[in-house]
Design a protein around this ligand. Structure first.
Ligand SMILES: *[C@@H]1O[C@H](CO)[C@@H](O)[C@H](O)[C@H]1NC(C)=O
Ligand SMILES: *[C@@H]1O[C@H](CO)[C@@H](O)[C@H](O)[C@H]1NC(C)=O
Ligand SMILES: *[C@@H]1O[C@H](CO)[C@@H](O)[C@H](O)[C@H]1NC(C)=O
Ligand SMILES: *[C@@H]1O[C@H](CO)[C@@H](O)[C@H](O)[C@H]1NC(C)=O
Ligand SMILES: *[C@@H]1O[C@H](CO)[C@@H](O)[C@H](O)[C@H]1NC(C)=O
Ligand SMILES: *[C@@H]1O[C@H](CO)[C@@H](O)[C@H](O)[C@H]1NC(C)=O
Ligand SMILES: *[C@@H]1O[C@H](CO)[C@@H](O)[C@H](O)[C@H]1NC(C)=O
Length: 308
């Protein structure tokens, strides 16, 4: 307990000193790119950051704490080159994966993942790793668990640099595909409707965007803030396989990964025609057969009196 408070204070001092706090632009919640650590001058530093839940560190910040100060920086080359990704799946599984395989071969990496449950951080040795390329996952069972804290400690020749960051779990959510999709032919057009996705936090309609694939070889159509779409012209002979996926729009979340594709809803228009064809091809021979049998029967009846 004491240790935690002390660490927390120490960290605040570090931060207040302004030299080690870094504000990354409020970009992708959790995608760091190319952390490039330049090792240089060494400075004494006794701070420890083992419990950040009690700390006021804001989400989307990365705090850097290091024995090395001068010439030390984190370089963001391209925000889409992801070395670290954490996603919270609809099954409530949180999965973080990272890849720092271009580090100096003597660099040791210590990764710690923890979750804030109120003011307490929940840590587990299972969520620690020393792999430069690895992943860890965790089943969340409690909605009070709302923050994710990551520690990456890069140590080279006794000099270390720790990156600590805190993320709002709602920002990492991957949605379930849209539910209740229905598709039907109406007035020569294809009408598709779907239900609004369920999300941990943002439930405003404008927070969701959708992709609709009609199985017609065309690029999926994209919409946001709507729960139906009408394709005006449909080819009467084709069968449509409608699938959809969703994600949060960038009005609500900086970066959101697409959900899985939904199950396909199939619209067969030629169903009726097929039915007609089947009934004709089966029905006509049946009728002919019946007529033939009737005629034969009648001739037999006519023949009887003649024999007498
Ligand atoms: C980082 O790792 C090194 C080597 O294990 C350790 O000495 C140092 O205390 C760690 N730093 C923090 C802040 O945990
Ligand atoms: C977590 O993600 C990594 C990388 O995508 C993957 O290899 C791993 O199987 C995932 N783990 C779980 C439990 O889903
Ligand atoms: C981060 O990822 C990019 C692309 O995946 C890679 O080129 C780069 O070397 C990685 N950085 C580290 C430190 O491993
Ligand atoms: C967390 O800590 C702050 C200050 O230490 C306190 O005001 C707040 O009530 C605590 N919250 C919980 C859920 O314990
Ligand atoms: C990570 O956690 C392990 C135990 O779970 C602890 O020994 C280690 O010091 C932690 N490292 C950091 C950087 O917090
Ligand atoms: C830190 O790095 C410098 C330069 O690479 C090296 O001279 C020094 O020995 C390292 N510090 C420790 C404690 O090993
Ligand atoms: C889907 O339909 C079922 C039954 O009609 C309904 O209970 C459920 O709320 C709907 N879900 C959505 C997301 O619209």
């Amino acid at each position: 307990m004491c240790h935690c408070l002390q660490s927390s204070r120490a960290l605040s001092e570090w931060r207040d000193s302004g030299r080690y706090a870094m504000k990354m632009f409020p970009s992708h919640p959790i995608l760091w790119s190319s952390l490039l650590v330049l090792f240089a001058l060494q400075i004494e530093a006794e701070a420890d950051i083992s419990d950040v839940c009690q700390d006021t560190m804001s989400s989307d910040d990365i705090d850097v704490l290091s024995t090395l100060v001068k010439e030390h920086h984190v370089e963001i080359e391209n925000i889409h080159d992801t070395n670290l990704t954490c996603l919270l799946y609809p099954t409530n599984i949180l999965n973080c994966s990272w890849s720092f395989n271009t580090l100096h071969q003597d660099t040791q990496l210590f990764v710690n993942i923890s979750i804030c449950d109120g003011n307490k951080s929940v840590q587990s040795p299972d969520l620690s790793s020393e792999e430069k390329v690895g992943s860890r996952s965790l089943a969340l069972h409690d909605h009070k668990m709302s923050l994710l804290i990551l520690h990456f400690n890069f140590t080279l020749h006794g000099n270390w640099t720790v990156y600590a960051s805190k993320y709002d779990l709602n920002m990492l959510e991957v949605l379930s595909p849209p539910q209740n999709i229905s598709a039907s032919i109406k007035d020569g057009g294809l009408l598709v409707t779907w239900g609004s996705p369920h999300s941990r936090a943002d439930n405003d309609p404008f927070c969701f965007e959708y992709q609709l694939d009609m199985g017609d070889q065309e690029t999926p159509k994209e919409f946001s803030d709507q729960l139906s779409y009408r394709e005006p012209k449909v080819d009467p002979s084709s069968t449509y396989r409608v699938t959809m996926r969703t994600r949060k729009s960038n009005q609500c979340v900086e970066f959101s990964q697409w959900s899985e594709w939904s199950h396909a809803v199939t619209v067969e228009q030629s169903k009726l025609n097929n039915l007609v064809i089947v009934s004709i091809s089966l029905g006509i021979p049946m009728i002919l057969l019946a007529v033939l049998l009737l005629l034969r029967h009648q001739r037999y009846c006519f023949c009887l009196p003649l024999n007498n």
